[in-house]
Design a protein around this ligand. Structure first.
Ligand code: HCA
Length: 405
């Protein structure tokens, strides 16, 4: 059984602090179209949006996107509204043309005291009655319900509620709202839910406060969760959630069957697309990134020049990364200097010259910085050596693919 990604870049992604750091604040309609187009190309068929109540502009954008998505694929794309368990929010979302509702509310003590202010005795019957009514009025509509902060909510409290609503919803959610779950907790909870609610599907949403959002998502898929919430770069509140491309890469290595419905080669272009929208580098923590094809230490550079698999375990070209980088700097050794001067700059240089130049170059390590890049330092050293250029560049340099600049 495969799991589906519910991409929430346009909902939780817009809640990311990076929207503020980059002074973007929100994606424009054009940004959203570009992102949705790329997600559809990747193979995503479940997309979460804000419920219309969140703002007029989000509600209007959804109307445009709903029509736009029809032009991208004839497949059934599930358009899910992230919606409070409130009757008016629900009826507005259904009227707006969503195909499903991702309903939520917290039932923990903290949520009762400090969030919505309702206590358990009134909250549980309220949720049950709203969901039951929604189901009765919309018998075929996709409904999901999640208790926020479910990993800090005692399991018995969740059971008390889910026992009352499981018949009315398709999917029961298990969000790790504050990022406290571990893979073992995830597997235990999914097993428990699967035993108790055998006809419901399970959706997981993992925040990355401990850096576990990716590993928890892998554990959830392995334990049989049907839906995992993801976003591009893992953008979401605080340090985010599971990155869609990071999860694809990891699932590919767990078992290719999990990734069959996705076009993995779209991963890197998708990450770069977000970079161009936010005007920000693809985060260096992204598994599918050029950073994971960049080498800086002399020992690494030498080995990679001989055979890249020494320091590159995964074939990222399957995920759209089709170049790698060697960064010239104070840690580079003579192998890279030799390679760079001979094959990029086409100097007529021997290995012995390269060793001497490297010694002088490394002695100037403290001079390298923003205003004096390593290439400039190296050129100054080379200038002292009065080297000729090769008349005919070596064959290898004409075939070279690496980006050495
Ligand atoms: C939020 C909280 C949420 C909801 C997840 C869900 C969370 O931003 O409103 O609906 O499954 O992490 O609990 O993102």
């Amino acid at each position: 059984m495969s799991s589906y990604f519910i991409d929430t870049t346009l909902r939780d992604g817009q809640q990311s602090p990076l929207m503020f750091d980059t002074r973007k604040y929100r994606f424009s309609l054009e940004d959203k179209k570009t992102l949705v187009n790329a997600l559809i190309k990747l193979g995503v068929r479940h997309i979460e949006f804000f419920a219309p109540v969140v703002s007029d502009v989000e509600a209007q954008d959804f109307q445009e996107l709903k029509e736009y998505i029809k032009t991208l694929t004839s497949d059934n794309v599930h358009l899910l509204a992230h919606c409070r368990t409130h009757e008016t929010d629900i009826s507005q979302a259904i009227e707006a043309g969503f195909t499903g509702l991702n309903l939520y509310i917290g039932i923990s003590d903290r949520a009762q005291k400090h969030s919505h202010g309702k206590d358990r005795s009134s909250l549980i019957p309220h949720i049950e009655s709203v969901i039951k009514k929604t189901r009765e009025q919309n018998p075929n509509f996709y409904l999901r319900f999640s208790t926020e902060d479910s990993f800090r909510t005692p399991l018995d409290d969740i059971y008390e509620l889910y026992d009352r609503i499981s018949l009315y919803v398709d999917t029961l959610g298990m969000p790790d709202t504050v990022g406290i779950a571990t893979p073992q907790m995830v597997a235990e909870r999914i097993n428990a839910f699967k035993t108790r609610y055998p006809t419901n599907k399970i959706e997981c949403h993992f925040h990355n406060d401990r850096g576990y959002s990716l590993v928890n998502a892998v554990a959830a898929v392995q334990a049989g969760a049907e839906f995992i919430d993801t976003s591009i770069w893992g953008l979401a509140e605080r340090s985010g959630i599971t990155s869609v491309t990071g999860l694809l890469l990891n699932l590919y290595y767990v078992d290719k069957k999990y990734t069959e419905q996705y076009r993995t080669e779209v991963c890197y272009p998708l990450n770069v697309l977000m970079g161009s929208i936010l005007q920000w580098h693809v985060p260096y923590t992204e598994p599918v990134s050029l950073t994971n094809r960049t080498h800086t230490a002399g020992v690494h550079q030498k080995a990679v020049l001989n055979n890249r698999t020494v320091y590159e375990a995964h074939d990222l070209s399957l995920f759209g990364v089709n170049k790698n980088e060697m960064l010239l700097g104070p840690l580079s050794g003579w192998n890279l200097v030799y390679y760079y001067l001979r094959e990029v700059e086409n100097y007529n240089i021997t290995a012995e010259d390269a060793k001497e130049i490297t010694k002088e170059f490394k002695a100037k390590a403290t001079e390298m910085g923003k205003d004096n890049r390593p290439e400039e330092v190296l050129h100054a050293v080379v200038a002292q050596h009065k080297l000729d250029h090769l008349e005919q560049p070596p064959e290898e340099s004409r075939l070279r693919l690496e980006n050495l600049s």
